[in-house]
Write a protein that binds this ligand. Structure first.
Ligand code: SAM
Length: 224
């Protein structure tokens, strides 16, 4: 069936792969992968031998039209995976989904792993309404964006690298306020998973004692 499947993959723990993700990846004609080497490891683990093709932020604009044709003429559909989590969530995918919809191709997104949902729920902050920001701009526009984000009333959720986590906590203190409650989850679903909660200063002193390592989701409680 000519269809695009969006298939989430584990964010650190292979046991989070769903039965359906394995079934779909085994059945499609082709798997589009952000990094074919990373995905090869996952596919080998689950004994999936479907051919792989590279699809990432540097080639997506160039190859998207050709891929739409390829999906249209596929027998069993084509799947998209990213290195970890759900494609299109702070990862390539949106462009292909949009083009498929514009060309009347069915898109089916499987439920599955993504980093921000466990971090949000684990924060203990209100999660009935939240704003997912993903990555802030690294330089240009970052300060302006903070100016906009302070107006939001909902819990804020960010992705951040270990290299900028200290900078981000300083920004939360400066722009949102020093008594703001923050929850930082790192290495979710992995061996050294931990969630630290406190004010920006409390978390900064934790990171002064122990250098930040791993991947981070930062959750900020608004309306303290
Ligand atoms: N598509 C992914 C998803 O569905 O969550 C996100 C990909 S984005 C390029 C990578 C970022 O997600 C990392 O920098 C980090 O902020 C967050 N992330 C991914 N895996 C994580 C984990 N195991 N623990 C904490 N954060 C994680």
């Amino acid at each position: 069936m000519s269809r695009l499947y969006i298939v989430p993959t584990p964010i650190g723990n292979l046991e989070d792969m769903t039965f359906r993700a394995i079934k779909v990846l085994k059945s499609v004609d082709l798997i589009l992968a952000e990094d074919t080497r990373t995905s090869k490891f996952l596919l080998n683990h689950f004994e999936i031998s479907t051919p792989l093709k590279s699809y990432h932020m540097h080639n997506e604009h160039k190859i998207v039209a050709g891929l739409v044709q390829q999906i249209e003429s596929s027998v069993n559909g084509i799947a998209l995976v990213s290195d970890a989590g759900t494609p299109a969530i702070s990862d390539p995918g949106f462009l292909l989904v949009r083009e498929c919809i514009a060309n009347d191709i069915e898109v089916e997104t499987l439920p599955g792993p993504t980093a921000f949902i466990p971090a949000l729920v684990n924060s203990g902050f209100p999660c009935d309404k939240f704003h997912f920001e993903g990555f802030l701009p690294q330089k240009k526009g970052r300060q302006k964006r903070w100016g906009e984000l302070v107006q939001y009333e909902e819990t804020l959720v960010f992705y951040e690298s270990p290299y900028r986590i200290v900078k981000m906590l300083g920004e939360i203190k400066e722009f949102v306020g020093e008594s703001t409650q923050v929850s930082v989850s790192r290495e979710l679903s992995k061996k050294f998973e931990e969630t630290l909660r406190g004010t920006p200063d409390e978390l900064l002193s934790r990171f002064a004692e122990k250098e930040p390592k791993g991947e981070f989701v930062v959750v900020v409680r608004k309306n303290n």
